[in-house]
Ligand binder design. Structure first.
Ligand SMILES: Nc1ncnc2c1ncn2[C@@H]1O[C@H](COP(=O)(O)OP(=O)(O)O)[C@@H](O)[C@H]1O
Ligand SMILES: [Mg+2]
Length: 173
């Protein structure tokens, strides 16, 4: 009896997980509402909101580049992604630390692009996010883009942050 109930519960969990996987795949295929944007401006606009999310223990620095190229990007997706990266950094620095967000022009050559299946050579704007928290071991690093993968306690992490974005937006210099 108990084993049948458990069996049903497990099947339900399996169905929910596969439905969510399909929803995530669907969400990733949704057309982006791309618009021309300047990443310096977009990030500097987010400064106060990010600092509030980070709390007083984390020092935030946004390093804007000079003459940064314009990019075609879905601004609300960008904001959601950066907010998740900031919250991840905060969670990795429970006793405080430093979060640096950098914007710069960048050229991906053929050799470099060949190292990554999703990358095409060309002109890009780089967004680099660094914190000095506890970091990740190799096992965690290998799984961070997996939906629902989280090392956080129930109620703190969903594992649906990094799994939502893997695609780089090309720049229009
Ligand atoms: N800045 C970071 N420092 C250390 N670990 C990180 C960082 N960002 C992500 N991670 C790891 O990747 C996992 C997945 O992150 P994410 O997809 O945003 O989900 P969540 O934040 O809900 O756990 C985190 O649980 C954590 O183990
Ligand atoms: Mg997260």
């Amino acid at each position: 009896m108990v084993s049948r109930a458990l069996d049903n519960a497990l099947k339900g969990v399996g169905r929910a997980a596969s439905l969510t996987q399909r929803l995530l795949a669907f969400a990733r295929r949704q057309p982006l509402h791309s618009q021309a944007a300047n990443l310096n401006d977009r990030l500097l606009d987010m400064h106060d909101m990010l600092q509030r999310a980070l709390g007083e223990l984390v020092q935030l620095e946004i390093r804007a580049a000079e003459d940064v190229w314009c990019v075609e990007i879905d601004v609300s997706q960008l904001e959601a992604s950066v907010l998740n990266l900031a919250v991840n950094a905060r969670d990795a620095m429970p006793h405080g630390g430093r979060l640096v967000i950098e914007v710069d022009n960048s050229h991906l050559d053929h050799d470099y692009a060949a190292l990554f299946p999703d990358a095409a050579p060309g002109e890009y704007v780089m967004l680099r996010v660094r914190d000095n928290g506890h970091g990740m071991d190799a096992t965690t690093l290998a799984r961070v883009f997996e939906p629902f993968f989280t090392t956080k306690q129930v109620g703190r992490g969903t594992g649906l942050g990094l799994s939502m974005w893997k695609v780089a937006a090309p720049a229009s210099p």
